[in-house]
Ligand binder design. Sequence first.
Ligand code: C2E
Ligand code: MG
Ligand code: MG
Ligand code: MG
Length: 277
Amino acid sequence: RAKEQGKNTYRFANPELEEAEVRRNTVEQHLKRAVQLEEFEVHYQPIINLVTGEIFETEALIRWNNPELGTVMPLEFIPLAERLGIMSEIGLWVIDEATKQTKLWQDSGMNMRLSVNVSNTQFEDPLFSRKISTILSNNQFNAEQLTIEITESVLLNTEKASKTIDHLRNMGIEIAIDDFGTGYSSLSVLNSLPIDTIKIDKSFLSRLSEDQNNVQLVNTIINLGTTLNSKVVAEGIETPDQADFLKESGCLYGQGFLYSRPVSPADITQLLLKQSA
Ligand code: C2E
Ligand code: MG
Ligand code: MG
Ligand code: MG
Protein backbone atom coordinates (compact mmCIF):
# COMPACT_ATOMS: atom_id res chain seq x y z
CA ARG A 1 0.00 0.00 0.00
CA ALA A 2 2.71 2.43 1.01
CA LYS A 3 4.71 1.36 -2.00
CA GLU A 4 1.77 2.00 -4.28
CA GLN A 5 1.21 5.46 -2.86
CA GLY A 6 4.88 6.21 -3.15
CA LYS A 7 4.83 5.17 -6.77
CA ASN A 8 1.88 7.44 -7.55
CA THR A 9 3.43 10.45 -5.85
CA TYR A 10 6.67 9.81 -7.70
CA ARG A 11 4.82 9.52 -10.97
CA PHE A 12 3.14 12.88 -10.63
CA ALA A 13 6.38 14.47 -9.53
CA ASN A 14 8.31 13.08 -12.45
CA PRO A 15 7.02 13.86 -15.96
CA GLU A 16 9.68 11.68 -17.60
CA LEU A 17 8.52 8.61 -15.72
CA GLU A 18 4.94 9.40 -16.56
CA GLU A 19 5.84 9.71 -20.22
CA ALA A 20 7.61 6.34 -20.12
CA GLU A 21 4.53 4.76 -18.62
CA VAL A 22 2.23 6.24 -21.24
CA ARG A 23 4.54 4.88 -23.93
CA ARG A 24 4.56 1.47 -22.27
CA ASN A 25 0.78 1.36 -22.12
CA THR A 26 0.41 2.44 -25.73
CA VAL A 27 2.96 -0.13 -26.91
CA GLU A 28 1.22 -2.86 -24.90
CA GLN A 29 -2.18 -2.06 -26.40
CA HIS A 30 -0.80 -2.42 -29.93
CA LEU A 31 1.32 -5.43 -29.00
CA LYS A 32 -1.72 -7.45 -27.93
CA ARG A 33 -3.05 -7.32 -31.49
CA ALA A 34 0.24 -7.46 -33.38
CA VAL A 35 0.28 -11.23 -33.92
CA GLN A 36 -3.25 -11.28 -35.25
CA LEU A 37 -2.61 -8.27 -37.49
CA GLU A 38 0.59 -9.90 -38.80
CA GLU A 39 2.75 -6.92 -37.94
CA PHE A 40 5.89 -8.95 -37.16
CA GLU A 41 8.60 -9.96 -39.55
CA VAL A 42 11.88 -11.77 -39.23
CA HIS A 43 15.22 -10.35 -40.23
CA TYR A 44 18.36 -12.45 -40.52
CA GLN A 45 21.94 -11.67 -39.60
CA PRO A 46 24.69 -13.79 -41.16
CA ILE A 47 27.02 -15.67 -38.82
CA ILE A 48 30.35 -15.96 -40.58
CA ASN A 49 33.10 -18.55 -40.52
CA LEU A 50 35.88 -16.04 -39.82
CA VAL A 51 38.51 -18.17 -41.54
CA THR A 52 36.73 -18.89 -44.83
CA GLY A 53 34.59 -15.73 -44.77
CA GLU A 54 31.51 -17.78 -45.68
CA ILE A 55 28.04 -17.53 -44.17
CA PHE A 56 27.68 -20.49 -41.87
CA GLU A 57 24.22 -19.78 -40.47
CA THR A 58 21.89 -16.85 -39.88
CA GLU A 59 20.38 -15.61 -36.64
CA ALA A 60 16.66 -14.85 -36.80
CA LEU A 61 15.83 -11.48 -35.19
CA ILE A 62 12.25 -10.33 -34.82
CA ARG A 63 11.09 -6.93 -36.10
CA TRP A 64 7.79 -5.23 -35.36
CA ASN A 65 6.32 -2.62 -37.68
CA ASN A 66 3.21 -0.93 -36.36
CA PRO A 67 1.35 1.62 -38.53
CA GLU A 68 1.12 4.06 -35.64
CA LEU A 69 4.34 3.40 -33.68
CA GLY A 70 6.66 2.70 -36.60
CA THR A 71 9.38 0.12 -36.01
CA VAL A 72 9.65 -1.00 -32.40
CA MET A 73 12.85 -2.84 -31.47
CA PRO A 74 12.84 -6.16 -29.59
CA LEU A 75 14.63 -4.80 -26.53
CA GLU A 76 11.64 -2.51 -25.98
CA PHE A 77 8.73 -4.85 -26.70
CA ILE A 78 9.99 -8.29 -25.63
CA PRO A 79 9.88 -7.48 -21.88
CA LEU A 80 6.32 -6.18 -22.39
CA ALA A 81 5.33 -9.29 -24.32
CA GLU A 82 6.74 -11.38 -21.47
CA ARG A 83 4.68 -9.39 -18.99
CA LEU A 84 1.54 -9.80 -21.08
CA GLY A 85 2.17 -13.54 -21.27
CA ILE A 86 2.29 -13.59 -25.09
CA MET A 87 6.04 -14.00 -25.68
CA SER A 88 5.79 -17.77 -26.04
CA GLU A 89 3.27 -17.38 -28.83
CA ILE A 90 5.33 -14.68 -30.58
CA GLY A 91 8.53 -16.72 -30.18
CA LEU A 92 6.94 -19.79 -31.74
CA TRP A 93 5.72 -17.67 -34.64
CA VAL A 94 9.34 -16.55 -35.24
CA ILE A 95 10.60 -20.14 -35.22
CA ASP A 96 7.84 -21.27 -37.58
CA GLU A 97 8.52 -18.41 -39.98
CA ALA A 98 12.32 -18.71 -39.83
CA THR A 99 12.38 -22.49 -40.37
CA LYS A 100 10.07 -22.09 -43.40
CA GLN A 101 12.35 -19.41 -44.86
CA THR A 102 15.57 -21.31 -44.15
CA LYS A 103 14.05 -24.45 -45.68
CA LEU A 104 13.50 -22.45 -48.88
CA TRP A 105 17.20 -21.49 -48.93
CA GLN A 106 18.23 -25.08 -48.26
CA ASP A 107 15.93 -26.43 -50.97
CA SER A 108 17.50 -24.07 -53.49
CA GLY A 109 20.85 -25.67 -52.73
CA MET A 110 22.26 -23.30 -50.12
CA ASN A 111 24.00 -24.93 -47.19
CA MET A 112 22.56 -22.98 -44.33
CA ARG A 113 21.89 -23.40 -40.61
CA LEU A 114 19.43 -21.36 -38.54
CA SER A 115 19.85 -19.91 -35.05
CA VAL A 116 16.84 -18.65 -33.06
CA ASN A 117 16.53 -16.80 -29.76
CA VAL A 118 14.29 -18.22 -27.09
CA SER A 119 13.19 -16.15 -24.10
CA ASN A 120 13.22 -17.53 -20.57
CA THR A 121 9.45 -17.93 -20.25
CA GLN A 122 9.35 -19.64 -23.62
CA PHE A 123 12.13 -22.06 -22.68
CA GLU A 124 10.51 -22.79 -19.32
CA ASP A 125 7.18 -23.78 -20.90
CA PRO A 126 6.89 -27.53 -20.07
CA LEU A 127 5.60 -28.17 -23.61
CA PHE A 128 8.41 -26.23 -25.28
CA SER A 129 10.34 -29.13 -26.83
CA ARG A 130 7.13 -30.74 -28.03
CA LYS A 131 6.01 -27.51 -29.69
CA ILE A 132 9.40 -27.21 -31.41
CA SER A 133 9.16 -30.78 -32.58
CA THR A 134 5.74 -30.08 -34.15
CA ILE A 135 7.00 -26.99 -35.98
CA LEU A 136 10.02 -28.87 -37.34
CA SER A 137 7.96 -31.77 -38.66
CA ASN A 138 5.28 -29.46 -40.14
CA ASN A 139 7.96 -27.53 -41.99
CA GLN A 140 10.08 -30.62 -42.76
CA PHE A 141 13.05 -28.84 -41.19
CA ASN A 142 16.08 -30.92 -40.26
CA ALA A 143 16.59 -30.49 -36.49
CA GLU A 144 20.36 -30.79 -36.95
CA GLN A 145 20.31 -27.49 -38.86
CA LEU A 146 18.77 -25.61 -35.91
CA THR A 147 20.44 -23.85 -32.99
CA ILE A 148 18.45 -22.58 -30.02
CA GLU A 149 19.97 -19.60 -28.18
CA ILE A 150 19.26 -19.30 -24.47
CA THR A 151 20.80 -17.00 -21.88
CA GLU A 152 22.84 -17.84 -18.82
CA SER A 153 19.95 -16.94 -16.51
CA VAL A 154 17.96 -19.96 -17.78
CA LEU A 155 20.74 -22.20 -16.45
CA LEU A 156 20.21 -20.96 -12.87
CA ASN A 157 17.39 -23.50 -12.63
CA THR A 158 19.90 -26.13 -13.64
CA GLU A 159 17.86 -29.29 -13.21
CA LYS A 160 14.90 -28.04 -15.21
CA ALA A 161 17.08 -26.49 -17.91
CA SER A 162 19.10 -29.65 -18.18
CA LYS A 163 15.98 -31.73 -18.91
CA THR A 164 14.80 -29.42 -21.69
CA ILE A 165 18.32 -29.24 -23.14
CA ASP A 166 18.44 -33.05 -23.20
CA HIS A 167 15.08 -33.26 -25.00
CA LEU A 168 16.19 -30.76 -27.62
CA ARG A 169 19.62 -32.34 -28.14
CA ASN A 170 18.06 -35.79 -28.48
CA MET A 171 16.09 -34.34 -31.38
CA GLY A 172 19.40 -33.17 -32.88
CA ILE A 173 19.04 -29.47 -32.05
CA GLU A 174 22.12 -27.52 -30.90
CA ILE A 175 22.16 -25.27 -27.85
CA ALA A 176 23.95 -21.92 -27.70
CA ILE A 177 24.48 -19.64 -24.71
CA ASP A 178 23.77 -16.08 -25.85
CA ASP A 179 25.31 -12.90 -24.39
CA PHE A 180 27.92 -15.05 -22.67
CA GLY A 181 29.92 -13.30 -19.97
CA THR A 182 27.14 -10.98 -18.81
CA GLY A 183 25.34 -13.51 -16.58
CA TYR A 184 26.15 -15.71 -13.69
CA SER A 185 26.69 -19.23 -14.96
CA SER A 186 29.10 -21.21 -12.85
CA LEU A 187 31.88 -23.19 -14.43
CA SER A 188 30.64 -26.43 -12.90
CA VAL A 189 27.15 -25.93 -14.39
CA LEU A 190 28.67 -25.15 -17.79
CA ASN A 191 30.82 -28.24 -17.58
CA SER A 192 27.85 -30.42 -16.64
CA LEU A 193 25.63 -29.29 -19.54
CA PRO A 194 26.13 -30.22 -23.18
CA ILE A 195 26.48 -26.72 -24.63
CA ASP A 196 27.29 -26.66 -28.35
CA THR A 197 28.06 -22.96 -28.72
CA ILE A 198 29.08 -19.98 -26.62
CA LYS A 199 28.28 -16.53 -27.99
CA ILE A 200 30.57 -13.83 -26.57
CA ASP A 201 28.48 -10.79 -25.66
CA LYS A 202 29.07 -7.78 -27.87
CA SER A 203 29.93 -5.53 -24.91
CA PHE A 204 33.33 -7.24 -24.65
CA LEU A 205 34.18 -6.47 -28.26
CA SER A 206 33.13 -2.83 -28.15
CA ARG A 207 35.57 -2.20 -25.29
CA LEU A 208 38.49 -4.19 -26.72
CA SER A 209 40.65 -1.26 -27.74
CA GLU A 210 40.06 0.74 -24.56
CA ASP A 211 40.84 -1.89 -22.03
CA GLN A 212 43.57 -4.51 -22.00
CA ASN A 213 41.53 -6.48 -19.46
CA ASN A 214 38.86 -7.05 -22.07
CA VAL A 215 41.44 -8.55 -24.41
CA GLN A 216 42.32 -11.02 -21.66
CA LEU A 217 38.65 -11.70 -20.94
CA VAL A 218 37.80 -12.45 -24.56
CA ASN A 219 40.82 -14.76 -24.76
CA THR A 220 39.68 -16.49 -21.58
CA ILE A 221 36.16 -17.06 -22.97
CA ILE A 222 37.57 -18.42 -26.23
CA ASN A 223 39.80 -20.84 -24.28
CA LEU A 224 36.88 -21.83 -22.08
CA GLY A 225 34.85 -22.67 -25.19
CA THR A 226 37.69 -24.79 -26.52
CA THR A 227 38.01 -26.60 -23.18
CA LEU A 228 34.27 -27.31 -23.13
CA ASN A 229 34.36 -28.49 -26.76
CA SER A 230 31.97 -25.70 -27.72
CA LYS A 231 31.97 -23.56 -30.83
CA VAL A 232 32.66 -19.90 -30.06
CA VAL A 233 30.80 -17.10 -31.86
CA ALA A 234 31.76 -13.45 -31.29
CA GLU A 235 28.87 -10.99 -31.45
CA GLY A 236 29.09 -7.35 -32.47
CA ILE A 237 32.13 -7.34 -34.80
CA GLU A 238 32.24 -3.85 -36.27
CA THR A 239 35.86 -3.33 -37.36
CA PRO A 240 38.50 -5.31 -39.29
CA ASP A 241 40.82 -4.94 -36.26
CA GLN A 242 38.31 -6.76 -34.06
CA ALA A 243 37.97 -9.52 -36.66
CA ASP A 244 41.76 -9.92 -36.91
CA PHE A 245 42.13 -10.08 -33.16
CA LEU A 246 39.44 -12.78 -32.92
CA LYS A 247 40.96 -14.89 -35.67
CA GLU A 248 44.39 -14.69 -34.03
CA SER A 249 42.81 -15.71 -30.74
CA GLY A 250 41.30 -18.82 -32.29
CA CYS A 251 37.66 -17.71 -32.46
CA LEU A 252 36.16 -19.43 -35.49
CA TYR A 253 32.79 -17.71 -35.89
CA GLY A 254 31.42 -14.19 -35.67
CA GLN A 255 28.65 -11.81 -36.58
CA GLY A 256 28.39 -8.05 -36.68
CA PHE A 257 27.82 -4.93 -38.74
CA LEU A 258 31.26 -5.41 -40.38
CA TYR A 259 29.79 -8.36 -42.29
CA SER A 260 26.10 -7.48 -42.39
CA ARG A 261 23.36 -5.94 -40.32
CA PRO A 262 20.25 -8.03 -39.76
CA VAL A 263 18.46 -7.84 -43.14
CA SER A 264 15.34 -9.03 -44.96
CA PRO A 265 15.17 -12.55 -46.43
CA ALA A 266 15.51 -11.09 -49.94
CA ASP A 267 18.80 -9.43 -48.96
CA ILE A 268 20.10 -12.70 -47.50
CA THR A 269 19.25 -14.44 -50.77
CA GLN A 270 21.34 -11.81 -52.59
CA LEU A 271 24.27 -12.33 -50.21
CA LEU A 272 24.06 -16.10 -50.73
CA LEU A 273 23.94 -15.75 -54.51
CA LYS A 274 26.97 -13.46 -54.42
CA GLN A 275 28.78 -15.96 -52.21
CA SER A 276 28.10 -18.95 -54.47
CA ALA A 277 29.11 -17.01 -57.60
P1 C2E B 1 20.89 -11.00 -29.35
O1 C2E B 1 20.27 -12.33 -29.48
O2 C2E B 1 22.15 -10.91 -28.59
O3 C2E B 1 21.06 -10.47 -30.84
C1 C2E B 1 22.11 -9.66 -31.27
C2 C2E B 1 21.73 -8.19 -31.26
O4 C2E B 1 22.89 -7.42 -31.55
C3 C2E B 1 20.70 -7.81 -32.32
O5 C2E B 1 19.90 -6.74 -31.82
C4 C2E B 1 21.59 -7.31 -33.45
O6 C2E B 1 20.94 -6.42 -34.34
C5 C2E B 1 22.67 -6.62 -32.68
N1 C2E B 1 23.94 -6.56 -33.41
C6 C2E B 1 24.42 -7.43 -34.32
N2 C2E B 1 25.63 -7.06 -34.76
C7 C2E B 1 25.93 -5.91 -34.12
C8 C2E B 1 27.07 -5.02 -34.17
O7 C2E B 1 28.04 -5.22 -34.89
N3 C2E B 1 27.01 -3.93 -33.36
C9 C2E B 1 25.95 -3.68 -32.55
N4 C2E B 1 25.98 -2.56 -31.81
N5 C2E B 1 24.85 -4.48 -32.49
C10 C2E B 1 24.87 -5.59 -33.27
P2 C2E B 1 18.30 -6.73 -31.95
O8 C2E B 1 17.88 -7.31 -33.26
O9 C2E B 1 17.84 -5.37 -31.58
O10 C2E B 1 17.85 -7.76 -30.83
C11 C2E B 1 18.07 -7.50 -29.47
C12 C2E B 1 17.79 -8.72 -28.62
O11 C2E B 1 16.39 -9.05 -28.66
C13 C2E B 1 18.49 -9.98 -29.12
O12 C2E B 1 19.83 -9.97 -28.68
C14 C2E B 1 17.65 -11.06 -28.50
O13 C2E B 1 18.02 -11.29 -27.15
C15 C2E B 1 16.26 -10.45 -28.52
N6 C2E B 1 15.52 -11.00 -29.68
C16 C2E B 1 15.53 -10.62 -30.98
N7 C2E B 1 14.70 -11.41 -31.71
C17 C2E B 1 14.16 -12.31 -30.86
C18 C2E B 1 13.22 -13.39 -31.01
O14 C2E B 1 12.74 -13.72 -32.10
N8 C2E B 1 12.89 -14.10 -29.88
C19 C2E B 1 13.44 -13.77 -28.65
N9 C2E B 1 13.05 -14.50 -27.60
N10 C2E B 1 14.32 -12.78 -28.49
C20 C2E B 1 14.68 -12.05 -29.57
MG1 MG C 1 20.93 -14.10 -30.02
MG1 MG D 1 19.42 -13.26 -26.92
MG1 MG E 1 23.65 -11.59 -27.80
